[in-house]
Design a protein around this ligand. Structure first.
Ligand SMILES: *Cc1c(COP(=O)(O)O)cnc(C)c1O
Length: 230
């Protein structure tokens, strides 16, 4: 199992590099988040041994259990829908929250981050394709939430996240990634006094190469690394 996981990690990295080359980007601009939800600790450790340090989880309870047992230098990312009352459990150590989708959640993160005396990096989750089934704010709502986050001293807006629709041909999602990229370009033009919001968390196993071509700086990969989930 270990060797297979390591092989998959090299394959994904090669494909990421190839997508960077195709689009004239530097390979160092795009980082890999290994999405380990519903996967055992041994699988995470195998990738850890191969040098992977950023892991993403969708459920607070599962994230806590894994963070408690696994090496302390792993950077844990919360990528699933987050309830306000659960922020306190992850606030002390979470490296980044990708799923900020409401003012109420932003205030909850502010409160818990302040208690821990730290600043938590966040991404605003955007439902670019306006799917009924998905969390996230609409593109047109993102600037308002971004402006709110900028008033909170213990929450640092780092960029945007989206999950594109499930499609047969990943080319169909190119416009989704392009729109999210445009949002971050526009926001940085408007706010040239502030820190740049430069993280674009977009692209999963089925479409990460297209996402990289369209400007992703972080891809979230589960299945292509760990195999299918039950
Ligand atoms: C599960 C999940 C992923 C990884 O999906 P794969 O298709 O398995 O690569 C990425 N992002 C989010 C938000 C997820 O829930």
């Amino acid at each position: 199992m270990k060797d297979q996981l390591k092989d998959r990690l090299s394959i994904v990295k090669e494909r990421m590099d190839a997508a960077c080359r195709r689009s004239g980007r530097d390979a160092g601009e795009v980082s890999l988040l290994a999405v380990s939800k519903r996967k055992p600790m041994e699988a995470i450790l195998a990738l850890y041994e191969a040098g992977q340090r950023d892991f993403g989880e969708n459920y607070v309870q599962e994230l806590r259990e894994k963070a408690d047992c696994l090496p302390g230098d792993i950077r844990w990312h919360m990528i699933g829908h987050l309830q306000r009352n659960k922020v306190k459990y992850i606030a002390p150590y979470i490296a980044m929250i990708h799923s900020l989708d409401s003012p109420e959640l932003a205030y909850a993160i502010e409160k818990e981050a302040a208690k821990c005396d730290r600043v938590i990096p966040v991404l605003i989750e955007v439902n670019v394709a306006m799917e009924e089934s998905k969390y996230g704010v609409l593109l047109k709502e993102a600037p308002e939430l971004a402006a709110l986050v900028r008033t909170l001293p213990h929450v640092q807006l780092r960029g945007f996240m989206t999950s594109a629709p499930i499609v047969k041909d990943p080319e169909e999602n190119r416009f989704v990634f392009r729109k999210l990229r445009q949002l971050s370009v526009d926001m940085n033009l408007e706010n040239d006094n502030n820190e740049k919001v430069d993280v674009l968390s977009m692209g999963m196993s089925g479409d990460y190469e297209i996402a990289i071509e369209e400007g992703a700086t972080l891809v979230r990969i589960g299945t292509s690394l760990f195999g299918a989930r039950d």
